[in-house]
Design a protein around this ligand. Structure first.
Ligand code: SF4
Length: 287
């Protein structure tokens, strides 16, 4: 049995297909991750992505019965079993802080997304978790136009869920270079507005640069930063946002671009954060 430290991000550590525990430095407790993308497939290919053997595609059909068994069994172990002791989690961190739907790919690509959200929230209600936890969905936001995704987000919002919406560039060049996303600026804006209208939304942004002349478009570039700030100014005229989370590359990318991208330093993140704060937005910074 491995110790579950804040540096151990092995998604198979607990031996489940859909569930993975994270001893989260950010939240100061246990984050229960739910991964629909067991096939490591995503409709984007971000150059900093840490999914191993990432492929293009959608999540496979969800085995609801297995998800129920795993989720209920894991919660039983955490709340009434020996999970914290077996994984040597410090007493101060023996608290469930969040349930994060965040997979090895885009979670909203799963078939019957709304049913999956209903299923998860019902299972958690039945578990009677005493800790005041937060629901989080980490998404690239590209499938917000789908009725099923919108329905799932509406339900998520009823449980005070937060959507962390990936926005790494406000330019076509940057989006293509960093995310290989293949969607227009207008489409991305529409997606973000839909998201913020349906559910409490934080923007989540990776700040990076390129070491080589082969690449440009990361947010360490001044022009990229100006375009990003202009987009934020436009968005907050239209919808409420919870704020912006800025982060750099905590761990090396598992994509072929690993050697041509550079992380932002804390100083660079803080300077950019100050510019965003001048728009009266909350900003959280993490390395
Ligand atoms: S959206 Fe997330 S899972 Fe998909 S490629 Fe980007 S970082 Fe990886």
């Amino acid at each position: 049995m491995s110790k579950l430290t804040v540096k151990n991000h092995d998604r198979n550590i607990a031996g489940y297909q859909y569930i993975y525990p994270v001893n989260s430095r950010r939240s100061g407790g246990l984050s229960i991750g739910i991964n629909f993308n067991t096939n490591n497939a995503c409709n984007w290919r971000c150059i900093y992505c840490q999914v191993p053997d990432l492929s293009v595609g959608a999540a496979p059909e969800l085995d609801f019965e297995l998800l129920a068994i795993e989720l209920a069994g894991f919660l039983q172990d955490v709340l009434h079993g020996t999970f914290y002791q077996r994984f040597e989690i410090e007493p101060a961190r023996q608290i469930i802080k969040d349930i994060a739907i965040s997979g090895n790919g885009e979670p909203t690509s799963v078939h019957e997304f709304a049913k999956a959200i209903a299923f998860i929230t019902q299972t958690l209600e039945q578990a009677n978790i005493p800790d005041p936890f937060q629901y989080v969905l980490i998404s690239n936001g590209s499938l917000m136009h789908k009725a099923d995704v919108q329905q799932g987000l509406q339900l998520f919002n009823k449980y005070n869920g937060q959507l962390w919406f990936k926005l790494d560039s406000a330019t076509d060049l940057g989006r293509e270079a960093v995310n290989h996303a293949g969607l227009s600026a207008q489409k991305q804006l529409d997606n973000l507005i839909s998201s913020a209208n349906l559910c409490s939304t934080w923007i989540q942004t990776c700040v990076l640069g390129f070491t080589s002349s082969q690449g440009q478009g990361g947010l360490l570039d001044t022009q990229e930063q100006q375009a990003y700030l202009a987009l934020l100014a436009k968005i907050i005229q239209q919808v409420p946002l919870q704020g912006v989370m800025l982060y750099s590359l905590a761990r090396p990318s598992l994509q072929p671009e690993v050697n041509i991208i550079t992380s932002a330093s804390m100083d660079q993140l803080q300077k950019f954060a100050e510019q965003i704060r001048s728009l009266s937005l909350r900003v959280k910074v993490c390395l």
